[in-house]
Design a protein around this ligand. Structure first.
Ligand code: SF4
Ligand code: SF4
Length: 288
């Protein structure tokens, strides 16, 4: 059976909110029974765009993570629901039944992703339906995917072999796999959200001035082993990314031509800009 999957590329999301707004446009004031009753005008964020800022001035990046219901295959919301309140469709979509789930406010806390919202007026818990009413009507994509101008959102109807091939070839990950709910929403470039970097600049002393050290060798060591190595760019900059947050001690070793080797010990908690690392001439040999 080919099932629906959503692939979200964090590197392509520009926080324009078109996905959020198109979801509001589709569901506010519109009942689509038996799929859903109208969404609350305020408060609900069925497509919730989270923001993450990494680093310190002058090396900072900001990423946005659109976060809808993950349409899990082992949904904790379904385990918590009273009979019929939440159900899985054969095509992989997880649905809250707007009639059967009436009064089940506890579903809001049952979702570890925070994807369920309480509608006080309708007395029901609600979330993203993958626009099942549209897909069943022959549309190829949910409204959010249609509205995304950057291609950050992509749907794919695929069997298990096909989707596993895509996961491997595109390096896709699920959000918080420790929840063990088997999401059908996959992320590309998730490292922009849940990993960190060590960045810095290398300069040399030359005739009493500081100059960018293009092509300096920067090695990153952990437990005395080199785990990565880079050459600085034409501004003397380097950046090691996709490192685990709170992952302890690292050492930077910087070498360039006839200049003294420089080392720096770092304790990595969040992304770090190590500043400008100045190399001094070791034996008065002029710089090449
Ligand atoms: S993300 Fe939450 S609401 Fe959606 S299926 Fe998984 S547990 Fe249920
Ligand atoms: S519409 Fe696309 S680019 Fe805009 S916020 Fe949503 S996912 Fe990001």
């Amino acid at each position: 059976m080919r099932k629906w999957n959503l692939i979200i590329d964090i590197a392509r999301c520009e926080d324009c909110n078109n996905c959020f707004l198109s979801c509001k446009d589709e569901f506010v004031d519109n009942d689509f029974l038996p799929y859903s009753v109208s969404q609350s005008k305020h408060g609900h964020r069925w497509m919730n765009i989270m923001r993450k800022e990494r680093g310190q001035c002058p090396v900072i990046d900001v990423a946005y993570r659109p976060t809808p219901c993950m349409h899990c295959d082992e949904p904790s919301c379904m385990k918590e629901a009273k009979v019929g309140g939440v159900y899985k469709r054969d095509d992989g979509i997880t649905m809250i039944d707007p009639e059967e789930a009436k009064g089940q406010q506890e579903l809001v806390d049952a979702c570890p992703y925070g994807a369920i919202w309480w509608n006080e007026e309708k007395n029901v818990s609600q979330k993203c339906t993958f626009c099942a009413h549209l897909l069943d009507g022959g549309w190829k994509e949910p409204r959010c995917v249609q509205a995304c101008p950057t291609g950050a959102l992509k749907v794919m109807r695929a069997n298990e072999n096909e989707i596993h091939g895509i996961i491997d070839s595109e390096g896709l990950e699920v959000l918080s796999p420790e929840f063990q709910t088997s999401p059908r929403v996959y992320y590309k470039n998730l490292y922009r959200f849940d990993r960190c970097f060590i960045a810095g600049s290398v300069a040399i002393e030359l005739d009493g001035r500081e100059e960018c050290a293009e092509g300096a060798r920067v090695a990153l060591l952990k437990d005395s082993k080199t785990i990565d190595e880079q050459m600085t760019d034409n501004y003397g900059d380097f950046k090691f990314d996709k490192l685990e947050e709170d992952s302890g001690s690292y050492r930077l070793e910087i070498t360039w031509a006839a200049y003294e080797k420089k080392t720096l010990e770092l304790d990595l908690k969040r992304s770090i800009y190590a500043g400008t690392l100045l190399l001094r001439s070791s034996d008065k040999v002029p710089c090449p």
